[in-house]
Design a protein around this ligand. Structure first.
Ligand code: 2RA
Length: 329
């Protein structure tokens, strides 16, 4: 299959190439696409060199699939042009996520809603993906009324500029700033930009995407998204109020047998999910499961996942795998 990767030279784009190769997705010809300044650069994929090309040339190569991670503006301009040429687009930007005509997909939850007519498919935000892989089985069994989440997000969520600022500060080098303040030895309650309601766009993604993906607008969500000086992996503290009571051991067992989840939950052995152990893995790691004694039917848990993999590249490739397996391309 001819596959285009749009944004192939970026942090997530490069991770997409890595995951496509690792999972042996049936790519017979790669079409790496990037901005004009990167055209002509060479990309090595499955031992073969490919030259980066521009958008129009990529469309003319007629790939069956294009996986985008090139920012919202580029996706708004070009995803419809790829789709109009009959190319199925899986887009990692926020451009199409809340568009009522576009599917927002986490394969473990709602890939079964996909059809051949879906030519632009949205990949949810990284912090949403890891939270919902965990919440979906719990919502199905117990019904979720309300979620309170605080995130602790890696600088890799800001791409190379986030990594460069942290490394530069640690090494005492002047670098281009990704953030409003220093990030080394600091935490910033500021991911993405602030909106008129006092929340950041990152926090509102958690609020809005949760209801769309679980297809339930009654779920109440409130979020605080924090940038932390961590190189790989987002962590989240999640408080959940259910519609009914639960048995903690039964709930833990349900998660342990849910697709895409690894439960790491043995405080006596200091076993709980950590960014350094989730890094470069595709699962969502859940631990610190405990009843919230402050209100009925409520639970606290801790979720960690590699934001560049399951939070972006792997989820997108898993969508592509579903499309290929079910002959929807
Ligand atoms: C972040 N979730 O971590 C955003 C990027 N996708 O900044």
């Amino acid at each position: 299959m001819k596959v285009a990767v749009v944004g192939a030279t970026g942090l997530v784009g490069r991770k997409m190439l890595q995951v496509l190769e690792e999972r042996n997705f049936p790519v017979t010809e790669l079409i790496p696409v990037a901005s004009e300044r990167s055209v002509g650069k060479e990309i090595t994929f499955k031992g073969k060199n490919y030259k980066v090309m521009g958008m129009r040339d990529a469309i003319n190569m007629k790939p069956q699939l294009a996986i985008f991670s090139a920012g919202g503006d580029t996706s708004l301009e070009w995803a419809p042009q790829f789709a109009a040429a009959g190319i199925t687009v899986v887009d990692n930007s926020s451009a199409w996520r809340m568009d009522p005509t576009k599917k927002l997909v986490i394969p473990e939850i709602n890939a079964n809603t996909l059809t051949k007519e879906d030519k632009i498919i949205a990949n949810p935000n990284c912090s949403t993906i890891q939270m919902l892989v965990t919440l979906a089985p719990l919502h199905k069994k117990y019904g979720i009324k309300r979620v309170v989440v605080s995130t602790y997000q890696s600088v890799t969520g800001s791409g190379l500029k986030g990594i460069n600022q942290l490394e530069g500060e640690r090494e005492g080098r002047e670098v281009k700033k990704a953030y409003a303040h220093p990030i080394d030895r600091n935490c910033l309650p500021h991911c993405d930009s602030f909106t008129d309601n006092g929340y950041t766009k990152e926090e509102m993604k958690l609020v809005n995407e949760t209801c769309k993906i679980l297809n339930d607008d009654t779920i109440k969500v409130t979020a605080t998204a924090v940038r932390v000086p961590v190189m790989g992996g987002h962590s989240e503290s999640v408080n959940i109020e259910f519609k009914q009571d639960y048995d903690l051991d039964e709930l833990r067992d349900l998660l342990a047998h849910s697709e895409g989840i690894i439960v790491q939950d043995d405080p006596a052995q200091n076993l709980y999910p950590m960014a350094i152990t989730a890094n470069e893995k595709d699962e969502v790691f859940v631990g610190r499961l405990r009843r919230d004694f402050s209100q009925p039917n409520s639970l606290n848990l801790w979720v960690v996942s590699d934001n560049l993999r399951k939070g972006a590249a792997t989820n997108a490739v898993q969508i592509a795998e579903y499309l290929y397996k079910h002959d929807l391309l």
